[in-house]
Design a binder for this molecule. Structure first.
Ligand code: SF4
Length: 215
């Protein structure tokens, strides 16, 4: 792994730990989502990044590929990161649950929010990822991630864009890219403006963290 930080941070242990966790997740049957998944979606990106992004869970495209944030929401996430000159290779991406949550409606299989029991069952994997990666900054994408990481009473419209402390990191939440894509007209403009503001604040902390690690 080509990283600024691998020597100083004991790189091999971190990668081995994450590889072992990914292996455990790939065969996990701790909740009902195991029975309907195609692939588990563990995480991707730079495990040495100071910045970890945590979304809700895999959707259809992620379930099909085994990768987080693909499809339209993934493209928008790429655009959000590009606005502050970052790519998904500069950060670590994961979700609160590692398997797709679905519901069948009118003969169609649709995504749904993961249930509390599913989030709780999967939480040890997320915690272990955070402990392995030791991010300086965690950006929660959407309410379920913020409720899991920051505060269970978190309300995304009220509490996004502020800094909190979680797992020894500075934590903020913003809207999930999939939520942004569901907005229209003025709502869309306003939601995008807020997300862009949040990512600027996160990027400022990211630069500080990079400097601090180099010092
Ligand atoms: Fe296991 Fe998490 Fe998948 Fe549930 S969502 S089966 S706890 S990996």
């Amino acid at each position: 792994m080509d990283s600024l930080f691998d020597v100083a941070e004991g790189g091999e242990d971190r990668e081995e730990r994450l590889a072992e966790l990914a292996r455990q997740v790939s065969v996990c049957t701790k909740c009902d989502l195991a029975s309907t998944r195609t692939n588990t979606v563990f995480g991707s990106g730079d495990p040495y990044s100071p910045l970890m992004l945590v979304g809700e869970g895999p959707g259809e495209n992620e379930d099909a590929t085994g990768l987080p944030f693909v499809g339209r929401a993934g493209k928008l996430l790429d655009d959000i990161l590009a606005a502050v000159n970052l790519t998904r290779d500069d950060v670590y991406l994961t979700n609160v649950v590692k398997c797709r949550a679905t519901i069948e409606e009118n003969g169609r299989v649709r995504n749904r929010q993961p249930r509390t029991a599913e989030i709780n069952a999967c939480n040890p994997y997320l915690r272990a990822q955070i402990e392995a990666i030791k991010p300086d900054i965690i950006l929660c994408l959407g309410g379920p991630a913020a409720k899991t990481i920051i505060d269970r009473d978190f309300r995304i419209t009220r509490d996004r864009g502020r800094w909190y402390e979680a797992f020894g990191a500075k934590a903020m939440a913003t809207f999930h890219p999939a939520y942004v894509l569901r907005q229209h007209g003025d709502e869309l403009k306003q939601t995008k403006r807020l997300v862009w503001k949040d990512i600027q604040a996160v990027h400022a902390e990211y630069l500080k963290a990079i400097e601090a690690r180099r010092a």
